[in-house]
Design a protein around this ligand. Structure first.
Ligand code: 5RP
Length: 217
């Protein structure tokens, strides 16, 4: 039976079919890293990439792929990234790697979000994986109190984001209405972004299973 890493590699390879040229938006994490390694094999087909984190930019450059500043790019056809959880409606919970804000920004500039996951990430309801919330440091305790009022148990991650902020991982949520919760958390003063990608879900989910890569739209 394939290991989780082998499944991640298979789905990363499958995503290359969506790479037609131009500039590609690239996510962050172990699945995105496998995608970057596959992208390197077809790098002559593209002009370059926009990275969703410093780590991704470094890996892209290591493969000789040109990294563009998002402000110098007039949109992208696709953004390719993993997720910590995803539903059949293609609502995602992301940010396990702490790159949620830049991921959401780069994804917003792309026509299609191609989500690449192994089968363990498909869930009926989001929230078993703690929901990351990026917060301006001085607002940390205020935001934590507001998140408790929403029924969560926030825990400070020992991590600083690429934007110089902190992350509260919110445990204990059962997210039955991800669109509403995404917008409710964003209303809390001091929140930069939360890891729900629901108001703009993925357009395509490539899901690596024991029976091969399945496509959900
Ligand atoms: C990083 C993310 C990642 O997409 C998410 O954590 C999945 O990571 P992996 O592919 O390593 O399982 O949102 O901020």
């Amino acid at each position: 039976m394939a290991t989780q890493d082998e499944l991640k590699q298979q789905v990363a390879k499958a995503a290359i079919e969506y790479v037609k040229g131009g500039i590609i938006g690239v996510g962050t994490g172990s699945t995105a890293n496998f995608f970057i390694d596959e992208l390197a094999k077809v790098k002559d087909r593209i002009d370059g990439a926009v990275a969703s984190s410093e780590a991704t930019a470094q890996r892209l450059r290591g493969h000789g792929i040109k990294v563009f500043d998002l402000n110098d790019v007039d949109g992208m056809e696709i953004y390719v990234d993993g997720a910590d959880e995803i539903t059949e409606k293609l609502h995602m919970l992301k940010g396990g790697g702490g790159a949620l804000t830049r991921e959401k920004i780069v994804a917003a500039c792309a026509k299609d979000f191609i989500c690449i996951c192994d089968q363990t990430k498909l869930v009926p309801v989001l929230g078993k994986f703690p929901l990351p919330v990026e917060v301006i440091p001085m607002a940390r305790e205020y935001v934590a109190r507001e998140l408790v009022k929403l029924g969560g148990q926030p825990k400070l991650r020992d991590f600083t984001t690429d934007n110089g902020n902190v992350i509260l991982d919110v445990h204990g949520l059962t997210i039955t209405d991800p669109v509403a919760l995404e917008s409710r958390i964003n209303e809390i003063v001091g929140v930069v972004t939360n890891g729900l990608f629901a108001s703009r879900p993925a357009n395509v989910l490539l899901l690596a299973t024991a029976d091969g890569v399945k496509t959900l739209t």
